[in-house]
Design a protein around this ligand. Sequence first.
Ligand SMILES: O=C([O-])CC(=O)C(=O)O
Ligand SMILES: [Mg+2]
Length: 638
Amino acid sequence: MLSLNRSSFLRCDEKQGLLVSQRRRMPLALAGVRCAARGGGELNGRGIAVDNTVKELRGEAEPVLEPKSTGGVVEDAHAEDGDVDEQFIMPWTVSVASGYSLLRNPQHNKGLAFNEKERDAHYLRGLLPPACVTQELQEKKIMHNLRQYQVPLQRYVSMMDLQERNEKLFYKLLIDHVEELLPIVYTPTVGEACQKYGSIFRHPQGLYISLNERGKILEVLRNWPERNIQVIVVTDGERILGLGDLGCQGMGIPVGKLALYTALGGLRPSACLPVTIDVGTNNEQLLKDEFYIGLRRRRATGQEYAELMHEFMTAVKQRYGEKVLIQFEDFANHNAFELLAKYRKTHLVFNDDIQGTASVVLAGLFAALNIVGGTLAEHSFLFLGAGEAGTGIAELIAREMSKQTKAPLEETRKKIWMVDSKGLIVSSRKESLQHFKKPWAHDHEPVSNLLDAVKAIKPTVLIGSSGVGRTFTKEVVEAMATFNEKPIILALSNPTTQSECSAEEAYTWSKGRAIFASGSPFDPVEYDGKIFVPGQANNAYVFPGFGLGLVISGATRVHDDMLLAASEALAQQVTQENLDKGLIYPPFSNIRKISAHIAANVAAKAYELGLASRLPCPKDLVKYAESCMYNPGYRSYR
Ligand SMILES: O=C([O-])CC(=O)C(=O)O
Ligand SMILES: [Mg+2]
């Protein structure tokens, strides 16, 4: 009897992108399950494999060698149903899209939207109730159901279930109702979801790479069913939003970010891979939580940490090539800067918290200058929080100022001040500062707190990036309003609980004069009979379009000028009408168009810098970017 071993199947999986697991020694009979694109099984007109196991059950299967020796009970050919606990069985799964399995394949499932013809052609008769509905009606129903839930986390769980059940419908919903659903699949709700990830865990999403996988990360990557990955978002869970160390439960972040890559930036879902690196957690509460899903140990550091990350970075390049984008997300400061500095020379990497946030904030500042007047260099900046976001934004502002004024970077940096937990960052503290804070230590007498720093520096722009909520107090905002006609106040920390102040506080305390934007969304505020609509200064404006630009140009490295290109493109999308309302960001409802512009500008920069590998450069990059975007409408199946 012929048999196939696991490695021959894995090889087959490699080529076809099908995940097929079988008994270690499997009678060929069962290889009715074959690699479809090799001519095994059967392909329908659209390249969808018709399930041979379905055919087998219908008596249509190809002649098979006897599947006898599996020792199962009657009709239980694979000996699974009759097994008792002590017996080992293999978890049979067959990647096909026909009949019952088609309904359970999130990529191809259309639920009640399968029409009569499709139900006949794909063995769906009887598996669905008679009604045939449109995708629009399905969308209407799900939105109706979602709105019944009062608790945002229930909406989150419901959306994640939909993603696992019917991917196209999930993305259609997210695209068509982006302003309503972004706060569910993204900040703030995703933050709560990560905190409770263990208890709400249903389906594993993404790839978990823990210290247990040391030495075999390449193998682990091979377990992922998709071969053609274009974007990876990876976290180690140590600084999830402003919520701190959530360990393995940080997975909600890569999953959420990649949902946005598809919905907002048009990357194909199958080209996106969420990854969580689990090196333990120092979160005592999680370590004690019986539902915690990660390694129960304290975080690995130093060489142990660096080696695991290095193995991961090497394996990714080996598996997916030079042009896969790796987005670092929510790493703690002490690793984030080093990882970026180390891998930007050898990989296509981007740190969203350092670079993405910077690009978005700079765009908001470009727009704000249209309201308050002056050039960047004529303004002064004070940050609360000198971590990834704060120093990343500061550096990009200084860089742009330097470009505009031709002044050296060391000079333009002096327009930017930072306060950390120990007070104003000044020269006398330089020796004891972490390296990424040193460029921001300027000559000044020590100042111990934010309010005094505001009074001493008198900034025109106040930016919160500390991850600590309620730190822009009434006194701080009032002080900003005493020496600025229109103070620019950005409360960037996420989620909403960590916001430095609320929109209502910013408008009320500044008597309606603040130009305000926040990392997490706030509802419009009525003050003194006027409606103020706060903008959302969130990196979600940039990373999806930025990534699309890198992918369509085949970029091999990220250059800081690409971030400036993204900022410019985003700022150009802010209309006079937006500005008249005090909005320094365009509404998210236009995000796909915005992303196409960002992608085009980023790609153009990649070509200009000689970092693009996809040649020749398309004539109209905006049109090209749009034409590359994923469309969540259902396809017709022959
Ligand atoms: O996820 C977000 O909303 C923004 C972000 O990257 C962070 O706060 O770390
Ligand atoms: Mg982040």
